[in-house]
Design a protein around this ligand. Structure first.
Ligand SMILES: Cc1ncc(C[n+]2csc(CCOP(=O)(O)OP(=O)(O)O)c2C)c(N)n1
Length: 272
């Protein structure tokens, strides 16, 4: 049973419900056992997803969900470690961790609920808010350009980079299954309508623009060209995927190439 007794308290119509359904479906269909999964998250409406899925979970500080996941994965590489959180959490407060997560290629799955706004704090712009986006703290429109998380992830060395849509639960579930099966750092930036605070990027807005990619690319340059598309046409699907050694595979102690020292003295003796 993947459901918990508690029920989510997101706003009616929130895109988080679609993401929640997709994640539960992916875990069920991959037949993963709850006791072998850990979901880490930060702070935000989206970060509460781990409260309503029956797995181990750790809610961290705002923007610090990825380093928690990385520590857990290194301590027990057999676990399936998933990180969830918002675009503010992952690309602003946790922006530095995001880049280093991508380049590490550690086998952690990062699902970003990208509603292009700070939801929990009731509607300030986030790093993915479109330029000129009007909010209560930017009444004349945001001045800064939006970051493109797909381009950033590819440029930073991630080996699985995808975009999903909370309004297409089946498609997103399949992306999550592929991300979980992928060997290495996997990112899905998930377009998530926020029905209370983002009245621009609505379900209708996304539906008029998104189209499904037929296949992924293993060329960074080709994938970056696809990733550049935003506006009239927005691609969803796996945009870039490659097969490279993971962080864990390159650590001798994890890779069984060296025996861990069983005491400080034996370690010192070994180093002599
Ligand atoms: C270090 C720190 N800064 C700011 C906050 C206040 N805060 C809590 S949630 C949040 C925004 C969350 O937005 P996002 O990550 O996009 O998630 P959403 O609520 O939209 O799902 C902020 C700024 C905090 N808790 N900790």
């Amino acid at each position: 049973m993947i459901e918990t007794k508690g029920k989510p308290n997101w706003c009616p119509g929130c895109g988080n419900y679609g993401i929640w359904e997709s994640l539960k479906g992916a875990i069920k269909e991959l037949k993963l056992k709850s006791e072998n999964i850990v979901i880490t998250s930060g702070i935000g409406c989206s970060s509460k997803i781990s409260h309503w899925i029956r797995t181990y979970a750790l809610n961290g500080l705002h923007g610090r969900a990825l380093p928690l996941a990385e520590g857990i994965k290194l301590a027990n590489p057999k676990l399936t470690v998933i990180t969830c959180g918002g675009d503010g959490d992952g690309y602003a407060e946790g922006g530095n961790h995001f880049i280093h997560f991508c380049r590490s290629n550690i086998n952690v799955k990062y699902f970003v609920h990208d509603n292009q706004i700070y939801g929990l704090t009731k509607g300030q712009p986030s790093p993915t808010s479109d330029e000129g986006f009007i909010t209560k703290t930017t009444p004349y429109g945001t001045i800064e350009k939006a970051i493109n998380p797909i381009l950033l992830a590819i440029a930073s060395g991630a080996t699985f980079v995808a975009r999903g849509y909370a309004g297409d639960i089946n498609h997103l579930k399949n992306l999550m299954k592929q991300a979980i099966k992928h060997k290495g750092a996997a990112i899905i930036d998930i377009l998530q309508p926020c029905v209370s605070f983002n009245n621009k990027n609505t379900y209708k807005w996304y539906q008029e623009r998104i189209y499904k990619l037929e296949k992924s690319s293993d060329s960074r340059i080709e994938a970056m060209k696809i990733a550049e598309q935003w506006g009239k046409k927005i691609p969803i699907g796996i945009i870039y995927q490659s097969n490279e050694p993971t962080y864990e595979e390159r650590i001798p102690a994890i890779n069984n190439k060296t025996k861990p020292a069983n005491s400080i003295k034996s370690l010192i003796d070994e180093l002599k």
